[in-house]
Design a protein around this ligand. Structure first.
Ligand code: SF4
Length: 179
């Protein structure tokens, strides 16, 4: 095995470890998670839900698995960057004020929709009630495809829509990150 393949195996192992697995994820899972942020977020937010996680690991989005998309070296480089970002921010949770503010914005947003795909339907969410953090159930953001109940908790996440009254802010009232 050459050095790139060694590194690739290391990245698959690291992602497996982050997801609480006893083995590396497959190369297809690593590649799909790097090309599809929504898939990556679903993996991360399902790490404590074994059945959903297994379903995700067994079904990486096929349209994302373009064999020409990355060389092995590029894949390793992307994986290193993405995993570093996740390890820095992916597991941090927002405070109660931010959670409620984000949730209020989603509840008032025309982009909030009900679950449609099997995966969206089976991803478990707290039952809907009036408690902040539990008010969106398994509804999904139409723009990014994320489960909003999970997305609003992660400090590393941002709303993809601009606040029309203030283009410097997202609909969550947070500063738009320019890359
Ligand atoms: S994340 Fe943003 S765009 Fe998506 S539903 Fe929530 S407020 Fe709307």
């Amino acid at each position: 095995m050459n050095k790139s393949n060694d590194s690739l195996f290391d990245q698959c192992s690291e992602l497996g470890e982050m997801l609480g697995l006893n083995e590396p994820v497959s190369e297809d899972v690593l590649k799909a998670s790097l090309q599809d942020e929504n898939y990556a977020n679903k993996l991360l937010s399902s790490k404590d839900s074994p059945e959903v996680l297994l379903h995700l690991l067994n079904n990486p989005p096929q349209h994302r698995l373009d064999p020409q998309a990355f060389s092995t070296g590029e894949l390793v480089a992307r994986a290193a960057g993405a995993l570093l970002r996740w390890s820095k921010t992916g597991f941090k949770i927002v405070d109660d004020e931010a959670l409620e503010r984000r949730e209020n914005a989603c509840l008032a947003c025309p982009n909030l929709r009900g679950p449609e795909t099997l995966l969206e339907i089976i991803i478990p969410s707290s039952s809907i009630n009036d408690k902040p953090g539990n008010r969106t159930g398994n509804q999904v953001c139409r723009l990014c495809g994320c489960n909003v109940n999970k997305k609003i908790r992660l400090i590393s996440e941002s709303c993809p829509a601009i606040d029309l009254a203030n283009p410097e802010l997202t609909r969550w009232g947070e500063v738009v990150l320019r890359t």
